[in-house]
Design a protein around this ligand. Structure first.
Ligand code: NAD
Length: 505
């Protein structure tokens, strides 16, 4: 048992005595740590540290800030195995998947090495007689990130990297369910030469979040998590004049056309539906084959591949995926499976029957772990809760369609609009689909189309509130404000005031 404290002003911060919450290893159900839960005073201490340190950080030229980020990247690589092991033991994703979580975050740090280029302003000469205009991108001041449990390295890095590269002070409120890696990332930033107070971490739940939202010092909030909380934060930020970008839940569809390579599509679907126990905002959780023949072949291929999947301890190198993050998450997934059965969907493969009560890994019993086996429903209807809700578990739903138009309407009309994929050999059909579908990120024969770091990531509809995406050039816009300067250097003073609106001559 160990205690995970806040990290403020480059030091472990005990904070207000009292509130803690257990951090559990989801593979075993055993409590392994206690995390401190911040109250308003603790959050205010983090914000104050960031506010104190930020002006000097902003005054450092962007290239020197980028060099610190470069060293940070090196240290993250040097600590990769430790970080991945800790992440895996708190989240429950496999060790290799945990490395992927960290590396997709590092990708964005690498993009941030180009901060001097991203922060270059614009200049227009001779906009009028003797007049020049230029724009500067300046940091906002103190900004906050509030992040979910399912990517405890990637998403904190997506928020921290650009915020810091732009010259802001940063307060991170990571998920209280897997809080160790975010603290370690902040420590490594300081080891890399980042100044004290620039990257602070406070743990907690609603009380800590509300303290961030109520702060008059915090200028912007970047949130990722479930849709109800995303909407709550977006509304609170609007009410208090804070800039915000709030990314929410998802229900990602895969459309499979009759001309698709069925084996390849089934491989992609099984990986994208069940990888990380389905706890990814880009998990493919609905498949829509076009035509009964396609549906039949695809169903057979999926079932065959599912039978070989191994569910086990997150550190078991043979496990394809591990447990859900908590007992509550497991119980929610199981109850949604119950609802699907009651609603009349055909349960082809029932993950509720997975029994690991006699299993163990390196001496640790899995009997109390939060496992759900791979689950596959066929003949799912749009009215069922397994279709309308984000299950966030290892559950794949097949919805059958007769035509491509009918299939394409499903993702377009769903209230979530994060990601979608189409499997086909037809360039024309794919093009029609990706130009018209009402979803933010599209894969063509690519199951999890998470854009690379120099493009931007963001869903549509209930998957995102705010107008700028995460990472890529949008992040530099989000974390800076534009100042536009118009200059004139006359040789002689002009005489007399002018009372008309200045126009360019
Ligand atoms: P969550 O909404 O429960 O928690 C997210 C953050 O909000 C955490 O830091 C948590 O402490 C805080 N929080 C929780 N309840 C709160 C409340 N009542 N008031 C204020 N703050 C609160 O989400 P989660 O379960 O940690 O993460 C899973 C969700 O995140 C899924 O819906 C998933 O789709 C989504 N997600 C979205 C993206 C994306 O980019 N769209 C990426 C990853 C995850």
């Amino acid at each position: 048992m160990y205690t995970i404290s806040h990290y403020i002003d480059a030091a472990s911060y005990e904070g207000t005595p009292g509130a803690t919450q257990p951090v559990v290893n989801p593979s075993t159900g055993q409590r392994q740590a206690e995390v401190k839960m911040a109250n308003k005073d603790d959050v205010d201490a983090a914000i104050a540290a960031a506010a104190k340190a930020q002006p000097a950080w902003a005054a450092l030229n962007p290239q020197r800030r980028a060099r610190i980020i470069g060293e940070w990247i090196r240290l993250i690589h040097a600590n990769m195995d430790d970080l991945a092991r800790t992440l895996s033991s708190e989240h429950g994703k496999t060790f290799n998947d945990a490395k992927g979580d960290i590396l997709r975050g590092v990708d964005v740090l690498e993009f941030c090495l180009g901060a001097p280029h991203q922060l270059k302003g614009e200049f227009s000469s001779e906009v009028g007689a003797g007049l020049d205009t230029f724009s500067l991108r300046q940091p906002l001041g103190v900004v906050a990130g509030i992040t979910p449990f399912n990517f405890p390295a990637m998403i904190p890095l997506w928020k921290a990297g650009p915020a810091l590269a732009c010259g802001n002070g940063f307060v991170l409120k990571p998920s209280e369910r897997d809080p160790s890696v975010p603290v370690r990332l902040a420590e490594l930033f300081v080891e890399a030469g980042g100044p004290a107070g620039i990257f602070n971490v406070v743990h907690g739940g609603k009380e800590a979040v509300d303290a961030i939202l109520d702060s008059e010092v915090v200028q912007a909030v970047a949130f990722v998590g479930s849709t109800p909380i995303a909407q709550y934060i977006y509304e609170r930020c609007a009410a208090t004049g804070k800039r915000s970008q709030c990314f929410g839940g998802a229900k990602n569809h895969a459309i499979v056309l009759p001309d698709a390579d069925i084996e390849a599509a089934a491989d992609a679907l099984v990986g994208a539906a069940f990888g990380s126990a389905g706890e990814r905002c880009m998990a493919l959780s609905v498949v829509v084959p076009v035509g009964e023949e396609t549906a039949g072949k695809l169903r057979e291929a999926i079932v065959a591949k599912m039978t070989t999947l191994k569910v086990g301890h997150s550190l078991d190198p043979e496990a394809d995926y591990g447990p859900l993050v908590s007992a509550q998450a497991r119980d929610r997934v199981v109850s949604l499976i119950d609802e699907g059965v009651e609603a009349g969907a055909e349960l082809v493969s029932d993950g509720r029957t997975l029994d690991l009560s006699n299993a163990s890994f390196e001496g640790a019993s899995l009997a109390d772990g939060y496992f759900v086996g791979p689950t596959f429903f066929d003949h799912v209807k749009a009215s069922m809760s397994i279709y309308t809700e984000e299950i966030f578990g290892p559950v794949l739903c097949m919805v059958r369609a007769e035509t491509i138009e009918e299939a394409a309407a499903y993702p377009s009309e769903h209230h979530y609009g994060n990601g979608v994929a189409i499997f086909t050999r037809s360039g024309g059909a794919a093009r029609d689909f990706f130009t018209s579908v009402n979803v933010g990120m599209v894969g063509v024969n690519v199951p999890i189309p998470v854009p690379i770091a120099y493009h931007t990531f963001g869903g549509w509809k209930d998957s995102s509130f705010g107008d700028l995406n995460q990472h890529g050039p949008d992040a530099f816009r989000f974390y800076t404000k534009t100042k536009t300067v118009t200059t004139r250097w006359p040789d002689e003073c002009e005489v007399g005031p002018d009372f008309t609106m200045p126009i360019m001559k």
